[in-house]
Ligand binder design. Structure first.
Ligand code: XMP
Length: 319
């Protein structure tokens, strides 16, 4: 039987039978999958679970604080270890332009930080992962992993390296089922409905080189986009919406001064699973407010454009 209650019960039993007295570590990202996996596991085995939340310095405005606060509330303060590793990630990205190179650097730095923290815990047997059914299918797809356009599995190889067994209590669920389960577990709406966010974060939303200055500009632009769209009734239909920084300068005029600033892009797409996507038909008024607010309020952006390309042929992210 496939009710939220029965899934919950089954999964709790499954985790208890599998883990027994061993200890489990989890990498929290703040997304609905990892938080649901963690809360579920916490219900099953309590303080045998430890979670590590790595702030890679590439998160959206306010996200790190928010994720930390809400996960500590759900799991208990001592269950969530927070690592502020922004400096390490950002210094390694200096001078790097290639998107796949950025992904490799971020993936490698993540594994390092995670291993260091897990080593401090000692005596861990399992790595908890919020893998969903579509991820399971994708990795055994007939096209094979080489058919992937972008290397998404940033932490691939982690369990083997650390010699950990994998615990994947969500591996038979689809996204909508995870959201139902999350609600059942009392996870706040804000997390339940959080949009997917790529592991390499804002680094793949700044075309070319990532710098602290560009990150700051992108965060402010992205935050205005979030504020305006989250008010709109179409927000829950949107798969992902965000800003992209194109570090090409464009001429403008403000007051009676000539400006010469970066181009900002608004991206908002509808999708079922991220494999294909269509650009969201936002109202002209919404587009207008966003463009005005960004150019007026964000120092560094002089022009806003709306990306009206579907996937395929474009991808959702710009890199
Ligand atoms: P694309 O840009 O390929 O994105 O159309 C499809 C979905 O995957 C997300 N994405 C990533 N997720 N690591 C991730 O964890 C990555 O490197 C990565 N690149 C893209 C993207 O946000 C969208 O949901």
């Amino acid at each position: 039987e496939w009710t939220p209650e029965s899934i919950l019960k089954q999964q709790i039993n499954y985790i208890r039978n599998e883990v027994k007295q061993e200890r489990v570590v989890c990498a929290l990202s703040g997304g609905v999958d990892s938080v649901t996996a963690a809360v579920l596991t916490y219900r099953a085995i309590g303080d045998q679970l430890s979670c590590i939340f790595v702030n890679n310095g590439l998160l959206r405005k306010g996200e790190a604080e928010e994720v930390l606060k809400s996960t500590q509330k759900l799991l208990g303060k001592e269950r969530v270890i927070y690592v502020d590793a922004g400096e390490r990630f950002i210094s390694r990205l200096r001078g790097v332009l290639d998107p796949e190179e950025k992904r490799r650097i971020i993936g490698k730095a993540f594994i390092e930080v995670f291993e260091e923290e897990a080593a401090k815990l000692g005596n861990i047997t399992y790595l908890l992962q919020g893998t969903l059914y579509p991820d399971v299918i994708e990795s055994t797809s007939v096209w094979g992993p080489s058919a992937r356009i972008k290397t998404h599995h940033n932490v691939g190889g982690l369990p083997e390296r650390m010699q950990l067994k994998v615990l994947e209590p969500l591996r038979f669920l689809f996204k909508d089922e995870v959201r139902t389960l999350a609600q059942q577990l009392g996870i706040p709406e804000k997390i339940v409905w959080r949009q997917p966010f790529p592991g390499p974060g804002l680094a793949v939303r700044i075309v070319g080189e990532v710098t602290p200055e560009r990150l700051e500009i992108l965060r402010e632009m992205d935050y205005i986009i979030f504020q305006e769209l989250s008010k709109s009734p179409v927000f829950r239909k949107i798969w992902q919406s965000f800003g992209v920084l194109v570090p090409v300068r464009s001429v403008g005029i403000m007051g009676d001064e000539r400006t010469y600033e970066y181009v900002g892009v608004l991206r908002a797409v509808l999708s079922e699973d991220g494999m294909t996507a269509d650009w969201a038909r936002l109202s002209y008024d919404t587009l207008d407010v966003i463009a005005r607010r960004v150019v007026n309020e964000v120092k560094g952006i002089g022009r806003m454009v709306y990306d009206i390309t579907s996937k395929p042929p474009a991808t959702i992210e710009w890199e």
